[in-house]
Write a protein that binds this ligand. Structure first.
Ligand code: ZN
Ligand code: ZN
Length: 170
């Protein structure tokens, strides 16, 4: 997801480019297919990127442990600062207060993967569920309560506790 922005850098403040995103990329060592949209606006200091990116991750339900494919959507707005002046070819320092900004490479390539990977990592749901009312696993037999055939009955558990109680009494 690299974009050559040399032409945009030569344009006036407010000039814009729009891109559709439809890329196979690697995030944290895993292949992902990402789709979305990005808009680049020329600013005084560089290029403001507004991006909306969608993909999916494999996960498991926090309650019943079934495998899930979770949609992930990230939206961000970040200004990229050049490292080399497009006109003079001289080195560009980040303006004060923008030292933490993303940078455009010396070859005027703007790489969206850096913010995408960072926003992606914080967009992961902490405890995903397969559905909001997933009943999870049976506390007695450990079976999946989503299964229509889950045949565990209270008696089975009660029997077991009864036996334990008998042992204690005996
Ligand atoms: Zn579940
Ligand atoms: Zn059960």
């Amino acid at each position: 997801m690299q974009f050559n922005v040399s032409e945009l850098l030569k344009e006036h403040v407010g000039a814009t480019r729009e891109f559709d995103i439809d890329d196979d990329v690697t995030i944290d060592g895993k292949p992902r297919h990402l789709t979305g949209h990005a808009r680049f606006d020329r600013t005084n200091d560089g290029i403001l990127v507004r991006a909306d990116v969608r993909g999916a991750v494999a996960a498991e339900c926090a309650r019943c442990l079934r495998p899930l494919e979770l949609p992930v959507e990230i939206t961000f707005e970040e200004e990229f600062i050049p490292t080399v002046d497009i006109v003079s070819g001289g080195h560009v320092d980040a303006p004060e207060g923008e030292e933490e900004n993303y940078r455009i490479s010396a070859r005027h390539m703007l790489d969206l993967m850096q913010p995408v990977a960072e926003y992606w990592s914080i967009a992961q749901p902490m405890a995903p569920v397969c559905r909001d009312d997933c009943p999870g696993l049976c506390p007695i037999c450990g079976g999946d309560l989503n299964d229509a055939g889950h045949a565990c009955t209270r008696e089975a558990g009660d029997d077991r506790w009864a036996k334990l109680r008998n042992l204690e009494l005996g």
